[in-house]
Design a protein around this ligand. Structure first.
Ligand SMILES: O=C(O)CCC(=O)C(=O)O
Length: 323
């Protein structure tokens, strides 16, 4: 029986803007996704071996280290993995993972029973020397359209391995989600949006480092500032970030990219138009629920080749703002 969050957990999430819940996934529920990611790595490694770019496919290495071995030999291993295993990845194990009943029960406690999978999900490997592994201070709303700033989109950060400060777990700023959206710059480390130190909500509480075990979930609001730093351990800190919202929050359910129009009222424009949202739970309209991997894959593929433009928030590079 899948249970929702306790009243105390809901209160912590509401007060602090984050909540770590251990043991949401069993190891048996995580392993198929590790295997699916391994298949992507395997395909890329075999191609690179055939092209003479690496000495071996390192298939004896465990999930936590194989990518570091391949990456040390040739950094071309990453695009096929990060490209496909990011928002472009919509495999069967990933669908099972994102529609996990135990996780949806907890999300339901925060957004209600009508649950939409937000279009923005990513699979992130982090390892020494990979600049895009670490993500600087930001709020997820920095990436969403401004008309969704007052809505709740719950970020679930779910590591596939145990995470702790030494392998780059996340840091959050408690209570700062009450201060609205901070100024972001477009040219942060790794090419990510960044909130510079002086723009973080002040007077701010101290940042908190949140170790999360494999199977646990760090829940955050879209306004919770968070970041993760580089690490130097010889392991890959694999994590997945997925997001959920209520059906009341703007979305692009039932649309194709050609339907996108800036002329529509904002409540009819998705919070992140370039990728496809999908219904995961709906007592009101059960026929809308995406209940198979094939349906999920088809919806995601619709937005693969032709994408509506991303949100325009007016963020600029730091130099431009200071000039
Ligand atoms: O996985 C990370 O290191 C960063 C994740 C993140 O920033 C996010 O989920 O918004």
């Amino acid at each position: 029986m899948s249970t929702g969050l306790t009243a105390q957990q809901i209160e912590q999430f509401t007060e602090l803007g984050y909540l770590m819940v251990p043991d949401v996934f069993t190891d048996d529920e995580i392993q198929p996704l590790r295997d699916e990611i391994t298949d992507v790595i395997d395909g890329a490694a075999r191609r690179m071996l055939a092209e003479g770019k690496i000495s071996q496919t390192w298939e004896q290495e465990p999930f936590e280290t194989r990518l570091t071995r391949l990456y040390n030999e040739c950094d071309e291993i990453l695009p096929p993995i990060v490209g496909r295993a990011g928002g472009g990845h919509s495999g069967p194990a990933f669908f099972e993972f994102i529609s996990n009943k135990s996780l949806l029960a907890k999300i339901g406690s925060l957004v209600g029973p009508e649950i939409i999978g937000s279009s923005v999900y990513r699979i992130r490997p982090k390892m020494p020397g990979y600049a895009k592994g670490a993500v600087p201070w930001h709020q997820d709303s920095g990436y969403f359209s401004p008309h969704c700033d007052k809505d709740l989109i719950v970020t679930c950060w779910i590591p596939l391995v145990d995470t702790y400060p030494e392998n780059g777990c996340l840091q959050v700023l408690p209570k700062a989600h009450r201060e609205g959206v901070s100024r972001h710059f477009t040219n942060g480390p790794g090419g990510f949006l960044v909130i510079e130190e002086q723009d973080l909500p002040v007077p701010g509480p101290e940042a908190v480092t949140v170790p999360v075990p494999a199977g646990g979930v760090l829940l955050m609001t879209n306004l919770t500032p968070h970041c993760s730093s580089q690490h130097e351990k010889d392991v890959v800190r694999w994590a997945v970030d997925v997001r959920y919202q209520s059906a009341d929050v703007p979305n692009n359910i039932g649309e194709v990219p050609a339907d996108y129009s800036e002329e529509r009222p904002t409540h009819e424009i998705a919070c992140y138009p370039p990728e496809a949202d999908f219904v995961l739970q709906s007592p009101a309209q059960p026929e809308m629920v995406v209940d198979s991997w094939h349906a999920f894959h088809e919806i995601r593929q619709r937005f693969e080749n032709e994408r509506p433009p991303g949100p325009r928030r007016g963020w600029v590079p730091a130099e431009t703002a200071q000039a």
